[in-house]
Design a protein around this ligand. Structure first.
Ligand code: AMP
Length: 431
């Protein structure tokens, strides 16, 4: 029989394999801990939504909606889309389940895959993962400052350094039209120096010109007026207060007047965190306020603010900076190597006891020479190796080797349980 051609994953979609998946899990766990500390609760929404949600929520003229969505007609002729982002879905759920009743601030976090049909490259995929939050029910800049504080806490808890926080205000429904009129006028003057997309955008949705990535367009775009000069008094005061609250928290930021981000729903505060280790795709996370979004989606007025972190890029940044790769990838695995049938049966019991106390144990499936076992354990990045043979059984004591230091000492079963399971339970109780 001829060998079949192996199949491959779809372009732009990838497998996350160990040991990387360990780092992914670690990031997600730390994110959950931080979000819980800021009183956010998890929300899980479907990966598939009706297409209109994104057309209305994200914006008809955005790159995402015009070019990047995976959309198809379902068997009942309904147009469906794989979610390109999660804010629209969270707001849909907020309205659908009337989560605005009783009134008050509602805080959610999510994590999961998003889908955009972009040109794949390092740090840009067609299925990628986002971790994000949404806080709905207040327009106070105190909330914006708290969200940014939480983002910075998350990054520092994951030992990421070398990032820059950019902030801006994109105004509101009052002052934005005034600015857009000015922008349209200026765009008309440089129209022929812009790409076809920007020529279209300058008529339909001029703010989206700032999302343009065509290098030849950049000199003309750099000359365009920014919204900062057109903010109304209320927006200016909102932005000033945000800056003051960030300064109170000793959070360093840079004002980036061209940071408008690729969604129509943003109002007032927008922010982004960029990282030098990421190359061209340097945005690690982005967020902003969306005071008109619930109304655009058919709900009551409910101003809110959220952010979304690109987990794929975050993993890349951590790996490039090597910040906490080792500590996160090395889970303290204990490898048990055994020699002989009796030793195996004894080891299996020992492994069961340790595992029931949440100690990560790998039990060799086959008897092996000691040298071979140590090689296997090293390949698994085991932290310790326990050796069980006839002599160890008779004495009730086992050699335990620390793979990092190469040190070896003899421990009894009680000492072993105390050292691994005892320590673990203490850590668990402290959390
Ligand atoms: P956005 O939803 O466009 O504001 O993106 C938020 C974050 O998601 C970005 O800062 C990136 O880190 C990440 N991201 C967006 N698009 C992609 C993609 N195609 N591949 C990987 N990460 C992405």
């Amino acid at each position: 029989m001829s060998r079949k051609e192996p199949l491959r994953a779809v372009k732009g979609m990838r497998d996350i394999l160990p040991p990387d998946s360990r780092l992914w899990g670690h990031i997600e766990q730390v994110a959950r801990d931080v979000f819980h500390a800021y009183a956010y609760n998890e929300i899980r929404t479907p990966l598939v939504e009706v297409t209109e949600l994104f057309a209305r929520g994200v914006g008809e003229e955005t790159d995402i909606v015009t070019k990047e969505m995976y959309t198809w007609e379902d068997r009942d002729q309904q147009s469906l889309t794989l979610r390109p982002e999660a804010t629209a879905s969270v707001i849909r759920a907020y309205i659908e389940h009337q989560l605005y009743n009783p009134p008050g601030l509602k805080k959610f976090y999510y994590m999961g895959p998003m889908f955009r049909r972009e040109r794949p490259q390092k740090g840009r995929y067609r299925q990628f993962f986002q971790i994000g939050t949404e806080a709905i029910g207040s327009e106070s800049p105190a909330l914006d400052a708290e969200v940014i504080e939480m983002v910075v806490a998350l990054l520092s808890r994951l030992h990421l350094s070398g990032f820059t926080l950019l902030v801006n205000s994109v105004g509101c429904m009052e002052c934005r039209p005034v600015y857009l009129a000015v922008l349209r006028e200026e765009l008309a003057k440089v129209r022929e120096r812009l790409c076809a997309d920007c020529q279209r955008r300058s008529e339909t949705n001029p703010l989206r010109v700032f999302d343009c990535k065509v290098p030849a367009d950049q000199p003309a775009i750099a000359q365009l007026p920014t919204i900062s000069g057109s903010l109304c008094a209320a927006c200016r005061e909102h932005f000033d207060r945000l800056q003051r609250y960030l300064q109170d928290r000793r959070i360093a930021f840079t004002i980036e007047p061209r940071l408008v981000r690729g969604f129509d729903y943003y109002t007032r505060t927008t922010f982004e965190v960029v990282h030098g280790a990421l190359g061209a795709q340097n945005a690690l996370l982005g967020g902003g306020r969306y005071d008109g979004l619930t109304e655009a989606l058919g709900g009551p007025r409910a101003p809110g603010i959220g952010f979304s972190l690109g987990e794929d890029r975050f993993v890349l940044a951590v790996q490039e900076t090597m910040a906490n790769r080792d500590s996160a990838a090395e889970g303290g695995l204990l490898y048990i190597a055994w020699l002989g049938e009796e030793a195996y049966r004894h080891s299996a019991e020992l492994a069961r006891e340790l595992r029931s106390r949440n100690v990560a144990v790998e039990l060799a499936a086959d008897a092996g020479k000691l040298k071979k076992s140590l090689e296997l354990a090293a390949r698994l990045q085991a932290r310790y190796v326990l050796i069980v043979g006839d002599q160890e059984l008779a004495e009730g004591k086992y050699p335990l080797r620390d793979m990092a230091s190469g040190e070896q000492r003899t421990v009894s079963k009680e000492e072993l349980l105390e050292r691994f399971a005892g320590a673990r339970s203490k850590v668990a109780a402290e959390r």
